[in-house]
Design a protein around this ligand. Structure first.
Ligand SMILES: [Zn+2]
Length: 414
């Protein structure tokens, strides 16, 4: 998700209204707790680096009123073992310095790990994730969200790999030099490529050679088909849900789910209410125009009084509007996991929350990483076995990651 309007970033930490947390504490059975605590739980998408950089947010925060989805305490409570932190560069406000902002965000994650060396470590391989698990630390990984970060330069792609980046979505909501995006595919003002360009295909090949996961979340449908046709290693959708249930172009059709299964990859379910609940999606669409107008009015007013408009100013208004829409039930999220498990197979589904990137709009009962055991409970209630639940919680993405590492070694040996 993430709002897409011009923003000016500052380091000003402004007070933010805590968003309503559900007060009922759900029951997690001893069996669910045991499964959760014995699994390596991996989430493949959190936008918290924006907070590290723009708000100076400390992942060690113990503030009970903090509205965020992610902190070391919340992750511990949910036994989240590995997080892929999203390196997302807003494409309009950062024009001309995408690489610099990419590097700043990468640095922000390293700085958090340096601040909390006993509780968190940087990780760039499956072995690292397993070591972090044994040492009871959070494994922090990096994934770039949006191919524009490489500025159409394979050298930058390789540099990011060397800094530890282990996946890249070929596009974000903006079509870039080499890949069409689902976010603007219907916009006639945008020049499209009919999927992936020849250069884009080279980028996919280079990612395979390096061992960087090719991530097809956000891309246009044709880009997906082009990428999966040439990928030599399994692909991932780091944060996408099922279009058969919620008709959003960010979600994947059943044909795409089956193609990912055939490719050996994995689809990591996005928790955003607008991607997992059809009624919510419609309500959200219905208010989109008024919400954007309110954000703009607020920004104009601030500017008129000589103030700088921050990401947080816009986010605060967005959250106020989002709070007017009824939250979907928790079952909507579980329905997507269940659907993908049925269509693609149990080996091809996982968790890609989009935590801290959705204006707080998650289903009822999913308020932070501490609520992850609720997914395990819900899957148990639906008859899933402990072994299958562990695959969803992290086993599948670790298998895919290991296979990408193996393909990379093989390609480099030739
Ligand atoms: Zn995204």
């Amino acid at each position: 998700m993430k709002l897409r309007i011009p923003i000016i970033l500052t380091l000003l930490a402004l007070p933010v209204a805590a968003h309503a947390q559900s007060s009922s504490s759900p029951k997690i059975s001893a069996q669910a707790r045991q499964i959760q605590d014995s699994a390596i739980v991996v989430d493949t998408h959190a936008d918290t680096p924006q907070r590290f950089l723009d708000e100076n947010f400390d992942i060690g925060s113990t503030d009970p009123n903090d509205y965020g989805h992610i902190s070391l305490d919340k992750m511990k409570a949910g036994n989240l073992g590995a997080e892929f932190f999203s390196i997302w560069v807003e494409p309009e406000t950062n024009q001309g310095h995408y690489a610099r902002h990419t590097l700043d965000l990468i640095d922000s994650v390293y700085e958090q790990a340096a601040r909390h060396p006993t509780r968190m470590m940087m990780a760039s391989s499956v072995d690292d994730i397993e070591r972090a698990h044994r040492e009871h630390k959070l494994a922090a990984l990096l994934g770039i969200e949006g191919g524009h970060s490489i500025e159409n330069d394979l050298r930058l792609l390789r540099d990011y790999y060397r800094l530890g980046v282990r996946y890249m979505t070929l596009s974000w909501s903006n079509t870039n030099e080499f890949a069409d995006s689902s976010g603007d595919i219907d916009d006639p003002k945008v020049e499209h490529h009919n999927g992936l360009t020849e250069g884009g295909k080279q980028i996919v090949s280079e990612m395979n050679r390096l061992g960087m996961l090719v991530d097809i979340s956000h891309v246009a449908d044709k880009t997906f088909w082009d990428a999966i046709a040439i990928a030599k290693a399994p692909v991932i959708a780091s944060h996408s849900s099922a279009r058969a249930l919620t008709n959003h172009p960010r979600n994947m059709t059943d044909d795409m789910l089956r193609a990912v299964a055939k490719n050996g990859g994995v689809v990591q379910v996005n928790f955003y209410s607008g991607f997992v609940d059809e009624s919510y999606r419609k309500a959200n669409d219905a208010q989109a125009k008024d919400r954007a107008a309110a954000v703009k009015a607020n920004a104009d007013q601030l500017r008129a009084t000589g103030k700088t408009v921050t990401y947080l100013d816009n986010d605060r208004i967005e959250r106020e509007w989002v709070a007017k829409i009824q939250r979907p039930p928790f079952s909507s999220l579980v329905d997507h996991i269940d659907h993908i498990a049925k269509v693609a197979g149990i080996e091809h589904v996982g968790l890609g929350s989009d935590f801290d990137g959705v204006m707080g709009a998650t289903p009822e009962g999913m308020d932070s990483a501490a609520d992850l055991p609720r997914i395990t409970q819900a899957l148990l209630d639906r008859g899933y076995s402990a072994a299958d639940i562990r695959k969803i919680l992290g086993g599948n993405i670790l298998r895919v990651f290991r296979e990408a590492e193996r393909v990379s070694r093989e390609l480099q040996a030739h």
